[in-house]
Design a protein around this ligand. Structure first.
Ligand code: GLU
Length: 291
């Protein structure tokens, strides 16, 4: 009985119309060097263009600006001190974002797919006029068949005090009325405990109601030294996404072809089932984050 209902949730993923895909820094680069993994990027772009070819609206939320900026400037951990840490990260984001976007545009253009860059801060959502403008821009771009490529505007946001990209991608999903958010991570999905520390932790395939017991399963660490997301931020993202009416998937981005497998209704990752809350106040929720 339970199995049947779960299959139903998976089956309906095929009909999703507006999809936000988030990819983290660690899924985009070679662990040995920190340089971009072009094969992964190409597979990601191909998967997104293929969704687009099925008539779906697609948005990509990508990390990697800070990591690529550091890499471009050949910075070592020792170059970053307590005094210069935020300024360095912001400068690296400015350098890295342009490089990252150039790479994306080059690969998307191989599929003749137009892209656009949208950089967002917390204030974009909290401020009514900014949020209205951001919503209109997304809507117009999607109407024009463009794939918006989104990141936090780290150069003006006080990095680490503002948003992480898990939360950001859920905010984008809520803002544009997406019906599915896919978080590609370096972990298979949600476990009852951290599987890297507790071998008895069991995997959760479907979360129908995101109650406090699930929220407590969030762990602050990611196991990766790049990016800022852990399971906590993914659960915050799940709250925003499901309350705004989108299903959310956490899946392992080790093989990015998982995107079309998920869209075929196959049983990978953890699925958080949408539970629209008509009273959900997106700007109010975002305003309270990290306070
Ligand atoms: N916005 C950051 C970057 O592009 C990453 C933040 C995150 O991974 O959560 O480098």
């Amino acid at each position: 009985m339970e199995q049947k209902r779960t299959e139903g949730y998976r089956e309906r993923l095929k009909d999703k119309k507006r999809i936000v895909v988030k990819i983290g820094s660690s899924s985009l680069q070679h662990p040995q060097t920190g340089d971009l993994d072009y094969i992964k990027l190409e597979v990601l772009v191909r998967e997104l263009c293929n969704l687009k070819n099925q008539g779906k609206d697609v948005v990509l939320v990508t990390s990697g600006a800070v990591a690529q900026g550091k890499r471009a400037m050949n910075l070592k951990e020792a170059d970053i001190t307590d005094q210069n840490r935020i300024a360095m990260k912001q400068a690296c984001a400015a350098i890295g974002q342009a490089r990252l976007m150039t790479t994306y545009q080059r690969i998307f253009s191989e599929y003749n797919q137009m892209t656009a860059q949208i950089l967002i801060t917390k204030n974009t959502i909290v401020d009514n006029l900014n949020r209205y403008n951001a919503h209109n821009t997304f809507t117009q771009l999607l109407r024009m068949g463009v794939i918006p490529v989104v990141n936090e505007n780290d150069t003006v946001a006080t990095y680490e005090l503002e948003l992480d990209n898990d939360t950001l991608s859920a905010i984008v999903a809520a803002l544009i009325g997406a019906d599915l958010l896919i978080l590609l991570s370096d972990i298979d999905g949600l476990y009852t405990d951290d599987p890297r520390k507790n071998p008895a932790a069991s995997f959760i395939e479907v979360v129908e109601e995101l109650n406090d017991a699930y929220m407590d399963m969030g762990k602050a660490s990611t196991g990766s030294s790049v990016g800022t997301g852990g399971m906590n931020t993914k659960l915050t993202a799940a709250r925003i996404a499901t309350k705004s009416g989108a299903d959310m998937l956490i899946a392992n981005g080790g093989d990015i072809r998982i995107i079309h497998r998920l869209m075929d209704g196959r049983n990978y990752g953890t699925l958080f089932v949408a539970r629209r809350d008509a009273d959900f106040d997106l700007p109010g929720f975002v305003d309270k984050l990290n306070q």
